[in-house]
Design a protein around this ligand. Structure first.
Ligand SMILES: [Zn+2]
Length: 465
């Protein structure tokens, strides 16, 4: 480290830069926090530098994280969330506004940013403001003031924007401000009391089903409203977060083909885990399909290896069928989905130490996201360059200019990057996770890819051993 706090290091590895589309063996020199030199290597110089060894990626961007401050600091604080983000390779996080109080006016944003400043973390904090006051779905929040204060999106996440009329007004107002509405698609009339995705697993386990139509119907409604609004307000933009079903993704695909300004993200757990995990299966979602793309029956083929009803698997939207997870990966490959977002949702143990249907929804996922995505890459389910883009340039495009500098490995700029030992493996445990939220079904599972070094804005955010 130098006197001004900037980091000094030389890094050799396989660099992937979705900013330029370059990928290959490279050496990077960081001096006083600035990426001074990036040299692409070939021949003997590139020996041993393969995608399976050390990966050098731009710092990851998370569009969707819950840090629980203010209001539920037992589950996570801004400081612990930022430390967890850095451990996961993220150098930018966009926080969700469902805190207590909700982030529906600028003073709450001020509290969050003050906590981020006090943490000393160099990870950049962005925030979404609430669409409605108190996230009650009734009256629009102080959108203009929140825009002036710097929010990057508006969301009532945790819940959908409840009425189509409110959504219509919100899309128009936020659109005029150049800010997207980030909607959690859910038709509450179809999902009341739901515990798991409607289907075979929920039926066998006796859990109340959350039907695919509960998401796809809401997606269709929001797209129809967007189509109306965009005629008068060309800047209107809709981002659908944690989309999880094949039918929802078909709606998004058609809307994009029709030119509507819609984007969407998918979580690591929805692309890699299927609902059979609730029954006790622990194979990746791509391993749960037979050669014809049909879901294999976990009760018939000996896949059940863990105890059923593990509440770390309760999440909203729920884990879906293996076919839905395959549809999520197809959407990520073909550009229907724009980003992978963690929906990092830490909870205290007491909020999960209850019956399955009573457990709080959410998975603590910001530290395991990159490893889960690398598992999909290793299985041939996502090309490496696509996967990296979905965690960097993809989310940056969703955020637009308010998200700040576009991610990339550019000489002459502050280093914002992550170095991953792609040949290494680690096992998440209550001790190894930095987040206060230990609520992940991946505890005890060996995951590929160990984050070794994270520089955010030229400063050291994380250094492993
Ligand atoms: Zn949500």
């Amino acid at each position: 480290m130098s006197g001004s706090g900037g980091h000094d290091t030389t890094i050799r590895g396989w660099a992937v830069d979705p900013g330029t589309g370059h990928e290959g063996a490279a050496v990077l020199e960081v001096r006083d926090g600035v990426l001074e030199r990036l040299v692409w290597l070939s021949g003997a110089d590139a020996e041993g530098l393969t995608p399976g060894a050390a990966l050098i990626l731009p710092g990851l961007i998370d569009l969707h994280a819950h840090f629980r401050e203010p209001g539920n600091e037992d589950a996570e604080t801004v400081a612990t969330g930022l430390a967890a983000a850095a451990h996961g390779g993220f150098t930018t996080v966009a926080l969700m506004p469902n805190t207590t109080p909700a982030l529906d006016e600028p003073s709450v944003l001020g509290r969050v940013l003050a906590a981020a400043g006090a943490s000393g973390s160099p990870v950049r904090v962005l925030a979404h403001g609430a669409v409605t006051t108190g996230r009650k779905g009734e009256t629009l929040s102080a959108m203009g003031e929140l825009a002036d204060a710097g929010v990057v999106g508006f969301s009532d996440d945790g819940a959908p924007v409840r009425s189509a009329t409110v959504l219509r007004n919100a899309l128009a107002y936020a659109g005029a401000l150049g800010i997207p509405i980030v909607d959690h698609p859910e038709d509450l009339s179809l999902t009341e009391g739901a515990e798991a995705s409607e289907g075979y697993v929920a039926t066998v386990l006796g859990l109340k089903g959350w039907p695919a139509a509960g998401e796809a119907g809401s997606v269709a409604r929001s797209l129809a409203v967007l189509a109306d609004v965009v005629r008068d307000v060309p800047g209107a933009r809709l981002h659908l977060t944690h989309v999880s079903t094949a039918s929802s993704l078909e709606h998004v695909r058609a809307a994009k083909a029709a030119g509507l300004p819609v984007t969407c993200d998918i979580t690591p757990h929805h692309l890699a885990l299927a609902d059979e995990w609730i029954a006790g299966a622990r194979r990746w979602a791509w391993e749960a399909l037979d050669g014809d793309g049909r879901a294999r029956d976990p009760w018939a083929d000996g896949a059940l290896v863990a105890r059923p009803y593990d509440t770390s698997l309760r999440v909203n939207p729920p884990l879906r069928s293996a076919q839905d997870a395959a549809a999520c990966r197809a959407a990520l490959r073909d550009g229907t989905a724009d980003a992978i977002a963690t929906d990092h949702a830490p909870h205290t143990e007491v909020d999960k130490h209850v019956e399955f249907g009573w457990a709080a929804n959410g998975i603590s996922g910001i530290e395991t996201a990159l490893s889960v995505v690398l598992a999909a890459v290793a299985a041939g389910e996502l090309p490496l360059a696509t996967a990296v883009a979905l965690l960097t340039t993809g989310p940056a495009r969703v955020l637009g200019a308010r998200g700040g500098t576009a991610p990339g490995l550019r000489a002459g700029e502050p280093a914002d990057l992550v170095v991953v030992d792609a040949s290494g493996a680690w096992t998440p445990s209550a001790a190894s996770l930095v987040s206060k939220g230990k609520n992940t079904p991946l505890l005890g599972r060996v995951l590929p890819g160990v984050v070794r070094l994270v520089l955010a804005g030229g400063r050291l955010a994380y250094a492993g051993d």
